[in-house]
Design a protein. Structure first.
Length: 269
């Protein structure tokens, strides 16, 4: 008697990681890739021009990659383990004069990945804060178009948004900061209201989970952190959500970024 083959469940681990300068953080990044083996990685704040991205070491680590660099500032990339991401776009629609390298979009397997580095916005109020809100509005418009495709979409990155008081170690100290101002939080809430799922908060609704700890005053040692790195899932992707977490121990490595990798695992489509 021949037994039927058991169906194999396939999962995809998607991570976002603000490396805070890929030149200085490359050894830590490569170590994390080897140990964690994420299937897809969204990187932000490369701080490297297009021709200085370390493509060879990344490919040697087993990852195909597309990236959008910028000298000294910004910069985003999408890595895929054992595959080349299929690039869809490398700029957020809505402002052809905005030349900052803050968004790149690619298809990996059956998931459309948007990797973003949202402006910080400080000092607020001011022109930088106005730019942040305009960028958020453009993101919301593009996100609505992505939802209309009914595909599995993940918008991952450093949003520079603290969504609620549980996402910051000392809320009263952040009331005037661009990351936590009411206008910022309201704009983020409008984005979520389109139908996106904040994966980490969905699975850990009552936990203080941080993704960023400042270098100063032993913030990491005191766990004085913020949750500003988010993975938003379209309904099709959210229906496949298996787990989500933060590799916080990476923040304690030598020459670490001030962010830790944040990730989700989604199952079969």
């Amino acid at each position: 008697m021949v037994k039927a083959a058991r169906a194999v469940s396939v999962t995809v681990k998607i991570a976002t990681f603000n490396v805070n300068g890929i030149g200085a953080r490359l050894p830590a990044l490569l170590r994390w890739l080897a140990e964690s083996k994420p299937d897809v990685v969204c990187l932000q704040e490369l701080k490297a021009p297009q021709d200085k991205f370390p493509e060879a070491p990344v490919r040697d680590a087993g990852y195909g990659v597309v990236w959008h660099g910028q000298k000294s500032f910004n910069g985003v990339a999408i890595l895929a383990r054992g595959a080349d991401p299929i690039e869809h776009r490398r700029a957020l629609p809505g402002d052809p004069d905005d030349l900052h390298s803050r968004y790149i979009e690619a298809l990996v397997k059956d998931v459309l990945i948007g990797c973003l580095y949202l402006p910080n916005g400080n000092p607020a109020p001011g022109s930088k804060f106005d730019y942040k809100l305009r960028w958020l509005e453009r993101l919301t418009t593009h996100a609505q178009a992505l939802l209309a495709t009914n595909r599995s979409v993940v918008l991952a990155g450093d949003y520079n948004v603290i969504p609620s008081e549980i996402d910051v170690y000392k809320p009263e100290s952040w009331v005037d900061d661009a990351l936590f101002r009411p206008e910022t939080r309201a704009a983020f809430a409008r984005l979520l209201a389109q139908g996106w799922t904040d994966a980490l908060r969905k699975l850990h609704p009552d936990e203080r989970v941080y993704t960023f700890w400042d270098y100063f005053r032993n913030h990491f040692g005191r766990d004085a952190g913020l949750r500003i790195d988010h993975l938003l899932l379209s309904p099709a992707a959210a229906s496949r959500l298996v787990s989500a977490g933060v590799d916080r121990e990476i923040r304690g490595w030598e020459k670490a970024s001030d962010h830790a990798p944040t990730w989700v695992v989604i199952g079969d489509g």
